[in-house]
Design a protein around this ligand. Structure first.
Ligand code: NAD
Length: 415
């Protein structure tokens, strides 16, 4: 078995959609290539006085529908092929929810937990300075992803602003409220996952109250997802993070988990359930599985053993194409990342709009607009699954690719 490659997977998904759409070969070829790829060296002086050089990337996949948008990831396994795949998926995602952006992604090969706060700030500011020619409110607007948070966004906003000489809140989203963040952004991805879960259960005739959910990852997405799915009425039976997980068939309390995590720094060891490994979580007895951590978690190695009937992809790229085929054969429903986790970029878009207008909305307004966009996108994808007799991922990719292709053809090829 070869190691899963997110870029290979992303290209296969595009090729499949292009074939079904009878896409012009030139447009298809344009979409197979990221528009620009930047690799940067990020030197910082560590606390011991020794300079260490980290590698960073920023990739713009496409700008046919507007400026680029995409998260920045700090993780030891960041690689250029992964960043390219994530940028391409961002292009489709923005088109699916109908927001006027193209896809981008960035990352630094680093474990942020190995750095002190001063080192983290130095790394962030230097990385921001190195990618400065690519970013800007009308060019490319980064946001948090794995290993980055609102503080890191504030440092990027400050670095950019210091360079141009005035405050530019619209250069990043996912910022703290004090520097132009949006209400509702923190839990937006999880809230979008909740709306999509609710719509999926309704469509499949499953009662929310009887639905048992397992969530892999307890970060910015998985953490709020536990609370919001419990509020929706589901029973969250299993949760995990990088250190391991916990299972209770009668349900876990979001508050109990949050308190334990605040004390212990992990959900592992939560006493109100039995300990499980991350591998076990993926195949645990439940109705809905929500991967909300890394990519390539559901592979040909474990796809046969997944017991959930529905998989809602909160993480980006958690299912390999081989696992996807197995799920189709087994009749499992996979609601793809480019639809399911689009709540984050949607509220990032709201944040950018608020920053550009210097006029801020209340949280109910943010959540209501988010709900309407997510539900509309869900129905649009569902219609295409019926029209093309395709799994949801194929239908969602068809929707994203067709909207981007339309914009590209309308603008024409420069020069
Ligand atoms: P995060 O860094 O806040 O949290 C990641 C979580 O995954 C942590 O709980 C960590 O312990 C856990 N984890 C790491 N390695 C793991 C492993 N091997 N097994 C199990 N758990 C592991 O990241 P996040 O922002 O929550 O992002 C999670 C996923 O959601 C990523 O795929 C990201 O691209 C995607 N996503 C995030 C956003 C967003 O707004 N933050 C939006 C859309 C998609």
């Amino acid at each position: 078995m070869t190691e899963p490659s997110p870029w290979k997977a992303a290209l296969e998904q595009l090729d499949d959609a292009a074939e079904k759409l009878h896409l012009d070969t030139g447009v298809h070829d344009v979409l197979r290539h990221p528009k620009r790829v930047l690799t940067v060296a990020v030197p910082i002086r560590r606390e011991d006085g020794i300079t260490h050089v980290y590698t960073g990337y920023r990739v713009h996949h496409n700008t046919s529908r507007g400026p680029c948008k995409g998260g920045i990831r700090y993780h030891p396994s960041v690689a250029l092929d992964e960043v390219k795949a994530l940028a391409m998926w961002m292009t489709w995602k923005c088109a699916i929810v109908g927001i006027p952006y193209g896809g981008a992604k960035g990352g630094v090969v680093v474990d942020p937990k190995d750095l002190t706060r001063r080192e983290l700030e130095a790394l962030t500011r230097r990385y921001a300075a190195e990618i400065l020619p690519l970013i800007g409110p009308e060019r490319d607007i980064p946001a948090p992803d794995m290993g980055t948070d609102e503080q890191i966004m504030a440092w990027i906003m400050d670095t950019y602003s210091m360079n141009v000489g005035y405050s530019v809140p619209g250069v990043v989203t996912g910022k703290p409220l004090s520097v132009g963040g949006s209400r509702g952004r923190g839990a937006a991805t999880a809230r979008g996952v909740m709306y999509i879960t609710g719509a999926t259960l309704k469509h499949r005739g499953m009662a929310v109250e009887d639905t048992r959910v397992a969530i892999q990852g307890y970060g910015k997405v998985g953490g709020p997802a536990v609370r919001l799915l419990e509020q929706l009425g589901c029973i969250v039976v299993a949760v995990s993070d990088v250190n391991g997980g916990v299972y209770n068939p009668r349900g876990l309390s979001w508050k109990g988990l949050a308190d334990h995590r605040a004390d212990a720094g992990t959900v592992a060891g939560y006493p109100e359930g039995e300990p499980i490994t991350n591998e076990e979580l993926l195949t645990i007895d439940c109705d809905v599985l929500i991967p909300a951590a890394l990519e390539s978690q559901l592979t040909e190695r474990n796809a046969e053993d997944v017991r959930a009937q529905v998989i809602i992809e909160a993480a980006n790229g958690p299912t390999t194409p081989e696992a996807d085929d197995i799920f189709v054969d087994r009749g499992l429903l996979v609601v793809p990342d480019i639809l399911a986790n689009a709540g984050g970029v949607t509220v990032s878009y709201f944040e950018w709009v608020q920053d550009l207008q210097a006029y801020f909305w209340d949280e109910d307004e943010v959540n209501e607009k988010l709900r309407s966009i997510m539900e509309r996108a869900y129905v649009a994808v569902l219609d295409l699954t019926e029209e093309h007799k395709s799994p949801m991922r194929v239908a969602a990719t068809i929707l994203g690719v067709s909207r981007v292709a339309e914009a590209h053809l309308t603008r024409g090829l420069f020069p």
